[in-house]
Ligand binder design. Structure first.
Ligand code: PBG
Length: 326
């Protein structure tokens, strides 16, 4: 008889919805969400990204509607990526006063000033070769790239960006950008550093969306080896020392152990980037009717919170905001 057996009845705390809610340890909130946007040059243009159904490249004239939609859903932060017409070897479009990202920031801040605008700071969308810095002798030249990245961050801050999010993975980018922002008077603009960014196959669809595929080689001399865990702590440590205010771990799903490590070791808000490939895999399965999209996405994002993420950058932000209201 059960009476004589001694075991713990865990199911007591799972008996009803109400009971489960009472003991739930982690929650996903609308305030956790950051929605990525791809801004393309031109007018009245809205192109669905083939490998990311439901995600669009949009021109500036769509931004006001987009912001109104996000605000009505309760999404309060966006991260911007630019898709320029012209590219060159040093990515000058990234730091041009009237570059596509700078214009998008101005447009958003003029129409919906409460929207938090995070500017991704990288050169890859603006360089003809698609790398995140300038090229010397066939490799990305670290120190020369820092100056251009700092110029990019300052021009984004001048346009009105609330947060600078450098994703280039050059060594020293945080201190280079922090000093340049401070010198230009932007001492109060935080840096959300892509501190721990792996050289990942999960970025494939993004490179379609942002037109930023490297034209030769790969990003393995600057992005991290997916096999490494301790290296993530070294990266996060340098960025904290250099003045990062937030730490991003990217991708998220296959790297939840790293999210936890970063959360346990550093006292800064941790951001998980639920990247393009993670979106596309779920979307493809959902379109085929193979998975329950809502349940799957909510489970994944809640797992990121459980792993220690404070914030999540996700292409599913709008859907999640709707689902949270249901
Ligand atoms: C730019 C950048 C990339 C992503 C964010 N910023 C692409 C890359 O490093 O190749 C990827 C985001 C995603 O896959 O959703 N460096």
């Amino acid at each position: 008889m059960a009476n004589n057996l001694h075991f713990k009845r865990h199911r007591r705390l799972r008996s009803t919805n109400e009971m489960r809610a009472l003991v739930r340890e982690n929650h996903l909130y609308k305030d956790d969400l950051i929605y990525p946007l791809f801004i393309i040059e031109g007018e009245k243009t809205k192109n669905e990204v083939p490998s990311m159904p439901g995600v669009y490249q949009i021109s500036l004239d769509y931004l006001e509607d987009e912001m109104n939609e996000l605000q009505s859903l309760g999404v309060k932060a966006v991260i911007l990526f630019g898709v320029p017409n012209e590219k060159d070897s040093t990515g000058t479009g990234a730091f041009h006063e009237h570059g596509i990202v700078q214009e998008a920031i101005r447009e958003i801040k003029s129409k919906t000033p409460e929207m938090l605008v995070i500017a991704d700071t990288c050169l890859c969308e603006f360089t003809s070769h698609g790398h995140c810095g300038v090229i010397h002798d066939g490799d990305v030249a670290n120190d020369e790239s820092l100056k251009l990245l700092a110029d990019t961050a300052v021009s984004q801050a001048k346009a009105g960006a609330d947060i600078i999010a450098p994703s280039n993975m050059m060594d020293g980018f945080v201190i280079a950008i922090r000093s340049a922002l401070d010198e230009a008077g932007f001492t109060n603009i935080p840096i959300m550093s892509y501190a721990v960014k792996y050289a990942s196959a999960f970025y494939g669809p993004f490179r379609d969306a942002a037109d930023s595929t490297p034209q030769f080689g790969d990003r393995k001399t600057y992005q991290m080896d997916p096999a490494n865990r301790l290296e993530a702590l070294r990266e996060a440590e340098s960025d904290m020392d250099e003045g990062a205010d937030f730490l991003i771990v990217k991708p998220a799903l296959s790297y939840l152990d790293i999210v936890r490590d970063v959360k346990n070791n550093f006292n800064a808000p941790v951001v998980a980037y639920n990247v393009s490939g993670e979106y596309s895999m779920v979307k493809a399965a959902a379109i085929n009717g193979w998975v329950n999209e809502k349940e799957l996405v909510m489970e994944k994002l809640t797992s990121m919170k459980r792993a220690g993420a404070d914030l999540i950058i996700t292409y599913y932000a709008k859907d999640v905001a709707k689902w949270l209201d249901e």
